[in-house]
Design a protein around this ligand. Structure first.
Ligand SMILES: [Zn+2]
Length: 527
């Protein structure tokens, strides 16, 4: 069966959410499902419809080996070749098949489908997302892409729950909901949906252009009313596995700086947001500027606690943070003073967190040899075939496919072979499927952050939510600071999504330190 070139990474992320994960069964299950994406002229001719449609095609093409695209009316039919080209640019191995084979179906627009497959209707109206099993939910006529982009992610999540219902707990589909990305209250019968005219982000920073950052950038690039300057800080290039969940990345983008992906997307849509990519880590970015750093707004799309704390420690006036983890995803809103948590409060280590050398030693099956692992990580010395043999034996995988890593630093082996899913692909599933070797077990353990790889619709939604808060903040419309909004895409939408966050109970966070508070006031209080 034709699998995506980055299938091992897909399998790794699925292993973090599916019970009794078995790589081969997973591949077979994907092969047995055909996801149909159907759309009508309303979806084709409205900006919101096109956003929902394009992101649905984008996300589904990264996960499923077979999809079917069908225009339900004349103008929609004319758009099919363009959507097929998008799909192939993302996954060159994708099979585009007729909708008669569909097992699950996503519909964008006003048209009810006659398909007998499990069907989810998605749509939007400005800030409002709508999802239904019962019938079409329409496409609004605004140029605001936020609700429409989020709707695509919710639709894809519902399809994933339908495909893997046996391996997910409580993963029924959403019957119907509507939710505004301003108030995040699904019980509000009149969801907040303000009209947006020209909005300026001022001079904002997006720290991290990985999977979540990609979701935010994809959406912001398509918002014609938004202008301003956005510094995109990311020191990495796209690797071969990133297209698994980077909605800006095409299959051929390996080696491109992530910040360049951002710039390309904003140019393509003639956005009025000026993108300044900085191909460096946050620390180096700060070091390249004279102190005091006067950062007004930081949108954080990073994946480690340490990096997040480093952003908060530079004392931006306001911080918004997005995350994905095995159980959920969300955004949190922060000021430094006041009662709510600062970003560092949420990520202060509690002392139980394992060191990197412990995590890596565990992942490569060499628990007890942390000192040796630490030295190899620190020095970057090449690893030899002897060590690879010991790792292969410990993880119960054949040595041969690991040998190309002989002579590479341990960190490269860890990033590509463990986090990239190569080792997972080599492991023979046990009889009950639940006893995958150590990397699976560790990937399933939420406390083990090293190999947590979210599904594409989870990362994309976290990014869309981040973009929503950035725009809402710029327009003075955002929810209260000191709160977080949490969504679990592997279950039907909950009712109470936004909760207050408290400062760290230890009293030892930087926001509870008088010196930091004084510096913050000096920097951000205008006299
Ligand atoms: Zn704090």
């Amino acid at each position: 069966m034709p699998l995506a070139p980055y299938f091992d990474k897909i399998a790794l992320s699925a292993a973090t959410v599916l019970r009794g994960f078995d790589r081969n069964n997973f591949a077979v299950a994907l092969d047995q499902h055909v996801i149909a994406i159907m759309f009508d002229d309303r979806a084709t001719l409205t900006a919101e419809g096109r956003i929902s449609l394009e992101l649905t095609v984008n996300v589904c093409s990264r996960l499923y080996p077979k999809i079917a695209l069908q225009g339900l009316e004349r103008r929609a039919t004319q758009l099919v070749p363009q959507m097929e080209a998008l799909s192939r640019a993302i996954n060159p191995n994708i099979e585009l098949v007729p909708t008669s084979a569909a097992t699950e179906c996503i519909v964008v627009g006003d048209t009810r489908t006659k398909a007998t497959a499990t069907t989810i209707y998605v749509g939007s109206d400005g800030w409002i997302v709508r999802v239904s099993q019962d019938g079409p939910v329409g496409c609004g006529s605004t140029s605001n892409p936020l609700g429409a982009a989020a709707a695509a992610c919710f639709g894809a999540a519902n399809i994933f729950r339908a495909v893997f219902s046996d391996q997910l707990q409580g993963a029924t589909l959403d019957r119907y909901f509507q939710i505004s990305l301003i108030d995040f209250d699904p019980e509000n019968s009149r969801p907040h949906n303000p009209w947006i005219e020209d909005i300026t982000l001022g001079e904002a920073h997006l720290v991290g252009a990985g999977a979540v950052g990609n979701g935010a950038l994809w959406t912001l690039a398509r918002f014609p009313e938004v202008q301003g300057t956005l510094h995109v800080i990311d020191g990495e290039r796209v690797d071969a596995t990133n297209p698994q969940r980077y909605v800006l990345a095409k299959y051929r983008d390996e080696g491109t700086w992530k910040g360049v992906l951002a710039k390309r997307e904003f140019s393509r849509f003639e956005s009025r947001v000026e993108i300044h990519p900085h191909h460096m880590r946050w620390g180096n970015y700060l070091a390249s500027h004279a102190e005091p750093w006067q950062i007004e707004y930081a949108a954080v799309a990073l994946d480690s606690a340490r990096d997040r704390i480093a952003v908060q420690a530079a004392l931006p006036a306001k911080v918004v943070n997005a995350w994905t983890q095995a159980g959920d995803l969300g955004i949190s809103r922060h000021e430094f003073l006041g009662n709510g948590a600062c970003l560092a409060c949420l990520y202060l280590p509690d002392g139980a967190t394992k060191n990197e050398d412990q995590l890596v030693a565990q992942a490569i099956g060499l628990t007890g040899r942390e000192m040796e692992v630490r030295k190899l990580l620190y020095t970057g010395d090449p690893i030899g075939s002897d060590l690879l043999q010991q790792i292969a034996a410990a993880l119960e995988v054949p040595l041969e496919p690991l040998l190309p890593f002989s002579g590479c630093p341990l960190r490269s082996f860890y990033t590509e072979a463990i986090c990239g899913g190569i080792v997972l692909s080599l492991q023979v599933p046990s009889n009950n499927g639940a006893k995958n070797a150590s990397v699976c077990a560790t990937a399933k353990n939420p406390s083990w952050r090293g190999t947590e790889v979210p599904m594409v619709f989870q990362s994309a939604l976290a990014g869309v939510l981040l973009a929503s808060v950035m725009v809402a903040d710029a327009a003075g419309l955002s929810g209260p600071v000191g709160t977080k909004t949490v969504i679990d895409l592997l279950k039907p939408l909950g009712t109470s999504l936004t909760i207050p966050t408290a400062k760290h109970p230890s009293g030892r966070c930087i926001c509870q330190d008088a010196d930091y508070q004084r510096v913050f006031r000096d920097r951000h209080t205008s006299e």
